[in-house]
Ligand binder design. Structure first.
Ligand code: CP
Ligand code: NVA
Length: 303
């Protein structure tokens, strides 16, 4: 693995290896037994969009591994305007050991990777959020779920997070039913890629049908960053797709609830469900830190 732009950069064996490495890093962190494998190494973090979890977990992760991180707001460095993306990539490669970028267009993170001589990580694009999916599936794995027998229901928008979840599910053998309003399905090329990997993907518009017998219910915002001008149309389209207590009653008694956060409480998910006993959202958020430390170490050849 040279870069981590997509779940497609992972092989099945690599996923299992990352889960084990993440578990080890998490245990070491809990025991405050850090070690400094990345002493003297640094990461550039470029953000075209806001972030809480991604920024903090990458910065803190690098620090805990003995390295450092430099945060670069895209508008401040004129990413793609003051200076071309390839030129930014070439310059950063002379100073830092690894680059993480959160971008609007997936093509931007691909261009960075093409022109950088150091590894590039996708910290969210319009197409994928691979770090999120990896932390999410680690969250299920560490709870002891057999991922090849798990049934996950995605309720809401067939968006970037949905794409990464689908692709990772194809690698772990997890069956996914994606329930979206008509016109908001995941990208057909992503669904085809999952099926080509042997992934079990079902598409439906019926939320109750999707969650019936599900072990995990996952939702995300109806309006992703950059889609603010579609707010009204989306809010109307998604009304019947809220994850609430009524919907949960149609799922298996022990179904876990996932959300990548930030949540729009009262829109795609209710307070009662988000803060309820089945919610694992804070474990997902915490595991971003541990899983990304694993990714960094693997990319830098230290894991
Ligand atoms: N889930 C996630 O990526 O959160 P942030 O947008 O806060 O980074
Ligand atoms: N789908 C959301 C995820 C945020 C972490 C977005 O792209 O805004």
């Amino acid at each position: 693995m040279k870069h981590f732009l997509s779940i497609r950069d992972l092989e099945r064996d690599e996923v299992q290896r990352l889960f084990r490495l993440t578990a080890e890093l998490k245990a070491r962190q809990k025991a405050r037994e850090g070690g400094v494998p990345l002493a003297g190494r640094s990461m550039a973090l470029i953000f075209e969009k806001p972030s809480l979890r991604t920024r903090v977990t990458f910065e803190v992760g690098m620090f805990q591994l003995g390295g450092s991180a430099v945060y670069l707001a895209a508008q401040e460095i004129g990413f793609g305007t003051r200076e071309t993306v390839p030129d930014v990539a070439r310059n950063l490669s002379r100073w830092v050991d690894i680059v993480t970028a959160r971008v609007f267009a997936h093509g931007t993170v691909e261009a960075l990777a093409r022109h950088a001589s150091v590894p590039v990580i996708n910290g969210l694009s319009d197409l994928e959020h691979p770090c999120q999916a990896l932390a999410d599936f680690f969250t299920l794995w560490e709870r002891g779920l057999d991922l090849s027998r798990t049934r996950l229901a995605w309720v809401g928008d067939g968006n970037n997070v949905c794409h990464s979840v689908l692709l990772l599910a194809a690698l772990t053998g997890t069956a996914v039913t994606v329930c979206t309003p008509p016109g908001y399905e995941p990208h057909p090329a992503v669904v085809d890629a999952c099926r080509a990997l042997g992934g079990r993907v079902t598409l439906t518009v019926e939320a109750r049908e999707a969650v019936e017998g599900a072990d995990v219910i996952y939702t995300d915002v109806w309006i992703s960053m950059g889609q603010e001008q579609e707010r009204e149309r989306r809010q109307e389209a998604f009304q019947r797709y809220q994850v609430n207590e009524t919907l949960l009653r149609f799922a298996g008694g022990q179904a876990l609830v996932m959300h990548c956060l930030p949540a729009h409480r009262g829109e795609e998910i209710t307070d009662a469900v988000l803060d309820g006993p089945r919610s694992v959202v804070l474990d997902q958020a915490e595991n971003r830190l541990h899983a990304q430390k694993g990714i960094i170490l693997r990319l830098l050849g230290d894991g």
